[in-house]
Design a protein around this ligand. Structure first.
Ligand code: DC
Length: 246
């Protein structure tokens, strides 16, 4: 009995045994399950998980709160001053054991996930001054390695030397269904068409913007998870992590 328990513990902690700390960049389209996957990898490895999209969402929330977005357009006056004043960070929640996004010291994890923020985040994320500030913060977070960061430009701009780069993709309709389920569970009044349109629009904006457009890094490994469970994705990535962390 003891040996069965021991074997079980060893199997479940296999990923903790990788020898050196690495940087894992997880990029890809929106609503691809990047965050869930990156979070799980970080948990298994005991790494820090950072959702870089949450940082752009927090800035967007700040812009909305400060009245900087009018008729879908960001007012450019006082932009730099506003960005400098915005303190985006993460605080550890001991109950969920996760880092929650903060804006000026206030946890905004729920507020940044609304469709209101989602509708403007691509516009805000395309502003060079915003990106410059966020990339600077992201690099500081990764200075000691042992980090899994997900986003759009992590493997191409933030950590071009990351030991492991993943590029995630999935069918837009499947992504819209997943997102719909998530938002309905949170009680948000949304419908499938609205979500699919938002996803397609964000894909387009993310890929065609001038600054740091979404693209696969040359050395990134593609993961299409349209028909994969999270567990299947974990099994798939395990071998890659072992190789890169040797
Ligand atoms: O991953 P997400 O859907 O929460 O990201 C929100 C927005 O932020 C999305 O429109 C793309 C943008 N983003 C970005 O431009 N660069 C990143 N590294 C992460 C997100």
């Amino acid at each position: 009995m003891f040996s069965i328990i021991l074997a079980f513990i060893i199997l479940n902690h296999k990923l903790y045994q990788v020898s050196k700390k690495i940087v894992i960049a997880v990029d890809g389209f929106s609503s691809c399950g990047k965050s869930s996957f990156a979070k799980l990898i970080a948990k298994r490895l005991g790494y820090l998980y950072i959702d870089s999209g949450a940082m752009y969402r927090a800035v967007t929330l700040g812009f909305i709160q400060n009245g900087l977005i009018e008729d879908g357009v960001v007012k450019k006056n006082d932009l730099l001053e506003n960005i400098k004043k915005m303190d985006v960070g993460f605080s550890f929640n001991p109950n969920s054991k996760l880092h929650e996004t903060t804006l000026n010291g206030v946890v905004v994890e729920e507020h940044i996930r609304t469709i209101g923020v989602a509708s403007f985040v691509s516009i805000v994320a395309a502003i060079p001054e915003v990106r410059e500030r966020m990339v600077e913060l992201q690099r500081k977070l990764g200075v000691d390695k042992g980090i899994v960061m997900d986003g759009r430009d992590i493997g191409t701009v933030v950590f071009p030397n990351a030991e492991l780069k993943l590029f995630m993709t999935a069918d837009p309709k499947i992504r819209a269904e997943r997102r719909l389920k998530e938002l309905l569970e949170k009680g948000q009044p949304v419908n499938f068409e609205e979500i699919l349109a938002n996803i397609e629009e964000r894909d387009h904006l993310d890929q065609t913007r001038d600054v740091s457009p979404l693209r696969k890094a040359d050395d990134a490994v593609i993961l299409d998870n349209s028909y994969m469970t999270l567990d299947e994705q974990m099994v798939w990535v395990e071998k890659l992590i072992e190789e890169r962390a040797k």
